[in-house]
Structure formats: structure tokens, C-alpha cells
Design a protein around this ligand. Structure first.
Ligand code: UTP
Length: 415
């Protein structure tokens, strides 16, 4: 350990982060080792660069952005629907589809004490979000006669709580051997003056590195190799927080297959120009998303000859990728975006700092920044009331209350 400590001290001196060892002597030997390893794993050059970026305005090349073509499900003819269904159902029935749910987020806006997927939506059944998602896999097993492998991406923070919840609920009666968990990566959080923070235990304060971390973590955790060896060709990836998500949908996959495109995404129309969501677009001719914070007022309000918003197809975080697309994507480093968040940490006087207002930077990669590595994506526009009931905020828009209503209305019309 002595040698490691010397190396760490040199590193910290070089990057002006010596405070990270302030409580080293108070730690037990296990945590001493852990802290040293954490520090050796930090990419300090990257952290410096990310800190510098927090001081710069986010630049977006508006001129590179064009509308993204889409297919509107409600306008498809019966022949088209049948064709896409037939092409999409074949890989499902032959066991070539796996599903990944990204559940590594902190769910700070919802404020539930536990992983977001464990949240009881308040339905008469008191099912958790995880169970509602699992119901779609059980129904797919009944429809297509296959058990679809279900991968769940967690983070260090919520991994054991997530697994315990599945164990406690007997995997919601889905075959346990078909459910797999893997952890996403993390990055240190920093203060407004660029110092890496320590948590209450005197260790580096790490936070999940965003849903864009999925591609790298699928690779690092051998998920990609496992999928390939199981003969999986298509992977549906979604967030944990849309209780109307169709995790197994032949249509989107059939559209991709028919058009020879290696990835697809679901969209739904924005409620209005000011809805705070990212929308599909083309950036320099490649598929992408433009965030509500990046789009100009003029672009957000732009309408076509039919009166529809030109940039109106919101990204539902429901995407399907051919394994070849995933192999291409994970090799690209995605940019990190900074988010100014409320964080508890331990200061240099061994005091726990808490705050009611954001006080620290967290860095996240976004899944959609990966889309630009692809030549094209097939976008299927679906009806909001059929497929989009997000649980983001504790109250108001996109809250358990709105999601519960959407869920109940949908199932009272479609059961
Ligand atoms: P959000 O961006 O809505 O974040 O994630 P969140 O953590 O759920 O909520 P807030 O912003 O803290 O309130 C969209 C989806 O991406 C997953 C989330 O779990 C959710 O399913 N996600 C997000 C990850 O898996 N990892 C991350 O690092 C961030």
C-alpha cells in the first residue's frame, strides 16, 4: 500500500486535488485501499476538461440541424402494418430479441426512497414500476412463446437494492435465469471550484455517468458478448420510467428490417412547442436529438404546411438496435454533459455539507449522442396515450398521478 500511496500523492499534487487524502488516516484498511484505487482510476485530465467545460456556454450548431423523417403508425395501411409485423415477429419468435432497461438513474425529481423501478405507482394492484414492465414480458411470452432475456442496468448506488427487490418479489414470476443485472460506470462529482468531492465516508463521491454509459458498460460487463453467443440480433433499450412502454414490439423492429436500417426509435408528438423534451432531428445528416435547452424559440415553433411542429417528435427513450449497431457505437467516446445538482458531501473540516440548492457538478453521457455514429434510424411515431406515460416528477406533469391515469385509461380500453 505504501507504494500506491506515494503514487497517489504525486498524482494528487499534479492535479491540485490533495484534499482527497484529508481523512485517509481515519479510514480502516479496507477503505484506505478502496480510496487509493478510486483515485488511481480517476481520469484527472478528463475531470479538468469537464470542469473547464462547465464555464463555457453549450454550443450548438443550429445550421446543422434538419427535421428527421418518421413513419406515423396511425397512417400506415393494413398491408404496411402486416408487412412490418411479419418481419418483426420472426426474430422475436426465434429468440433473437433481448430487452435492456436502464435503471441506473437517481430519480431525484421523483424523490422516492429507493430505485425508481421499485416505486408503487398507486394502482389498485400496488404493482411497482418494475413489475409493470415485467408484465409486458410475461404477455410477450404468452403471445410469442419465448422467454425474452431481460437485462437491467443499475448503478453502484442502487444495484443491491434493485436485486433485493427482484428477489423479494420472486422476479415477478418471470424466469429468474432470464433476468440479468449489470452496473453502469461512474464519474466523480466536483465542487464549483473544480475540487473532486468526498462522500460522508471519506471516499470519492461518485455518481452514475448517465444513460449514455450503457454502451460502454454493456461491453465492459461482457453483456454484448453474452448476447452474441446467445444468438441475439436485436436489443430493445428503454428507460425504467415509462409505464406504458412496449418492450416487445414487432412493428418498430419490422420497420427497421424492412428498410435495412440497424436502429430504430419511437417518437410521439410534443404537447406543444414548450414541452421540455428532446426531439429527433438530423445533425449533419446523421440521426440525433436536439434538447429543449438547445433549440431556438423559432425552431421550437416552426410548423409545416399541415400545421404540425417541424421539430415535434419527442424521444421517448425507447430504441431498438441491431447488435451490429451496438458494436459500432460502443467504440465511440460520448461527450459528457454537466448537470448542476444538489449534493451532500464532506468538506475539508470533516463537516457534512447539505444544500437546498444545486451546489455541485455531475457529469452524464446521453444515450442519444450515440445516434450520430449511425447512418440512419427508423423513427416510428406512436400515439402518446398508447405508449408514453413517464414518471419523472413527484407532482404535476409526468408524475405518478398522470402516469397512473394514462396507464389506467390505456388498459381499460385495451384489455
Ligand atoms: P432521467 O434522465 O430521467 O434521470 O433518466 P432519472 O435518474 O430517472 O431522474 P432525475 O433526473 O434524477 O430526476 C431517464 C432514464 O435513464 C436512466 C434512468 O434510470 C431512467 O430510466 N438513467 C439515467 C440511467 O440508467 N443511468 C443514469 O446515469 C441516468
Amino acid at each position: 500500500m505504501e507504494e500506491k500511496l506515494i503514487k497517489v500523492k504525486e498524482l494528487l499534487k499534479k492535479y491540485h486535488q490533495e484534499h482527497l487524502l484529508t481523512f485517509f488516516d481515519d479510514l480502516n484498511s479496507e477503505n484506505k485501499e478502496l480510496l487509493l484505487n478510486q483515485i488511481l482510476n480517476i481520469d484527472f485530465e478528463l475531470m479538468n476538461q469537464l470542469y473547464e467545460n462547465t464555464k463555457k456556454p453549450v454550443e450548438i450548431d443550429i445550421d446543422s440541424i434538419e427535421p428527421m423523417p418518421y413513419v406515423d403508425k396511425s397512417k400506415l395501411s393494413k398491408e404496411e402494418l402486416d408487412l412490418y409485423y411479419k418481419k418483426g415477429v420472426e426474430p422475436i419468435k426465434s429468440g433473437k430479441l433481448a430487452v435492456v432497461t436502464m435503471a441506473g438513474g437517481q430519480g431525484t425529481r421523483l424523490g422516492h426512497n429507493g430505485p425508481k423501478g421499485t416505486y408503487d405507482l398507486g394502482l389498485p394492484s400496488h404493482k411497482s414500476i418494475f413489475e409493470l414492465l415485467c408484465d409486458t414480458l410475461i404477455s410477450a411470452r404468452n403471445t410469442y412463446g419465448v422467454v425474452i432475456p431481460w437485462y437491467i442496468m443499475t448503478s453502484n448506488e442502487n444495484n443491491s437494492d434493485t436485486i433485493d427487490f427482484f428477489e423479494k418479489h420472486n422476479y415477478f414470476n418471470y424466469p429468474k435465469e432470464a433476468v440479468h443485472f449489470f452496473k453502469q460506470g461512474e464519474l466523480p462529482m466536483i465542487s464549483t471550484d473544480g475540487k473532486i468531492l468526498l462522500n460522508e465516508n471519506g471516499l470519492v463521491k461518485l455518481a452514475a455517468n448517465g444513460h449514455g454509459g450503457i454502451f460502454e458498460s454493456m461491453f465492459k460487463n461482457n453483456v454484448l458478448d453474452e448476447l452474441k453467443s446467445e444468438g441475439i440480433e436485436w436489443v430493445f433499450i428503454c428507460g425504467v420510467d415509462n409505464v406504458l412502454v412496449k418492450m416487445v414490439d414487432p412493428l418498430l423492429m419490422g420497420l427497421c428490417i424492412n428498410n435495412n436500417i440497424l436502429a430504430g426509435g419511437k417518437s410521439t408528438v410534443k404537447t406543444g412547442p414548450n414541452e421540455r423534451v428532446g426531439v429527433f432531428c438530423k445533425k449533419n445528416g446523421k440521426p440525433g436529438i436536439v434538447e429543449y435547452t438547445e433549440i431556438s424559440e423559432e425552431m421550437a415553433n416552426l410548423r409545416d404546411e399541415n400545421g404540425e411542429l417541424v421539430f415535434g417528435d419527442l424521444h421517448m427513450v425507447c430504441n431498438v438496435f441491431n447488435i451490429k449497431a451496438l458494436e459500432k457505437i460502443y467504440k465511440n467516446k460520448l461527450p459528457y454533459h454537466s448537470a448542476f445538482k444538489k449534493a451532500n458531501y464532506m468538506d475539508e473540516n470533516k463537516q457534512i455539507v447539505t444544500s437546498d440548492v444545486p451546489n455541485a457538478y455531475k457529469f452524464e453521457a446521453f444515450i442519444f449522442d450515440a445516434f450520430t455514429a449511425l447512418d440512419d434510424m427508423a423513427i416510428l411515431r406512436v400515439k402518446r396515450e398508447d405508449e408514453f406515460a413517464p414518471v419523472k416528477n413527484a407532482t404535476g406533469v409526468d408524475s405518478p398521478e398522470t402516469a397512473r391515469k394514462l396507464y389506467t385509461d390505456y388498459w381499460s380500453n385495451n384489455s
